[in-house]
Write a new protein. Structure first.
Length: 319
């Protein structure tokens, strides 16, 4: 599956590919994991591709919220949109420095830039009225009650305890799209739309206002990809394939899917709403609007996936 000359590829790093479940939560651990996840980006650059990198921020923004809680009364509080911005800066720096070092080692001179990115969402989006996305740490019942008194929405967790929940509205457009386009035209590798972008509303007078919400990284990546004319999305996550009947004795790897098959399996409930569901949903949205193909796999198998040897490949018509 050779890439056309100067093909534009978006590599989406899942939050758990930066800090894996069970891995010690430390800055050093994230840096080490990143070194292992950037090989596919280096390979794409070697093939002459232009690359955009997006990333999740679930574990990281959770730790930022923990710090906000611990510092309450001693430092000013941060709204959630500012926490997302903070995660973009921290993780963008890590990704950027790691990638630059790898490129230098391989003799590939390419500038890399991290761009704080805002995502426009709609005030009237029904999802804004129904907060369902868990963020931050688990709370005891007493702590959860105190959170509710401060105006936060809190919901019980299936595994026990309570967590804050926030809206997750659909991304409409990326504010910095033109800036990203200009950087790409200058052959700069861009890290953008971290954590789905900083959610903002457009007010009646055209000004932008931050929103207490989170935007799904996969959906925002698809929106950005369509705006920029990206041909391929490589979505790196914790599993090598999307699966049917996941985590059951009848589990089955999916290797090649048409949009029609992906839509059917999505409706049948094979893809969990909080994990694989948004990836498949964003693949459908991307391919219906001009994308060439969408790959789901792990960082370790990404180069093999580019060759068609592994991963889940979703195409418009299966060709």
């Amino acid at each position: 599956m050779a890439e056309p000359a100067h093909a534009l590829v978006l590599v989406a790093l899942g939050g758990n590919t930066l800090l894996r479940p069970g891995q010690p939560a430390s800055y050093e651990a994230q840096a080490e994991t990143l070194r292992n996840s950037q090989a596919v980006v280096v390979e794409l650059i070697r093939r002459g591709c232009r690359v955009i990198i997006t990333h999740g921020n679930g574990p990281q923004v959770g730790h930022i919220l923990l710090r906000v809680e611990a510092a309450r009364g001693q430092a000013y509080e941060l709204p959630l949109d500012a926490c997302v911005a903070q995660s973009q800066g921290e993780m963008g720096y890590l990704i950027q420095q790691c990638l630059e070092n790898l490129l230098q080692r391989e003799g590939l001179e390419r500038p890399v830039a991290t761009l704080l990115t805002r995502t426009v969402v709609e005030k009237r989006d029904p999802r804004m009225q129904h907060p369902t996305k868990p963020v931050g740490p688990r709370y005891t019942r007493g702590h959860a009650a105190a959170m509710e008194q401060r105006g936060y929405h809190v919901a019980p967790e299936p595994s026990g305890g309570f967590r804050r929940v926030v809206p997750s509205p659909w991304p409409l457009r990326i504010v910095e799209e033109e800036a990203i386009r200009r950087l790409i035209e200058r052959e700069i590798i861009v890290i953008a739309a971290g954590g789905g972008g900083i959610p903002v509303h457009v007010e009646g007078d055209g000004t932008l206002t931050g929103v207490e919400a989170v935007v799904d990284k996969d959906l925002a990546s698809a929106v950005l990809a369509v705006e920029l004319g990206v041909e391929r999305i490589v979505n790196l996550t914790a599993v090598e394939h999307a699966k049917l009947r996941f985590n059951t004795p009848e589990e089955q790897d999916l290797t090649r899917l048409t949009i029609a098959e992906a839509e059917r399996y999505l409706k049948e409930g094979h893809f969990a709403p909080g994990s694989m569901g948004p990836k498949v949903e964003s693949a459908i949205w991307f391919l219906e609007r001009g994308g060439r193909d969408f790959i789901i796999t792990t960082p370790e198998r990404a180069i093999d996936a580019l060759e068609g040897k592994t991963g889940t490949h979703i195409f418009l018509d299966g060709r």
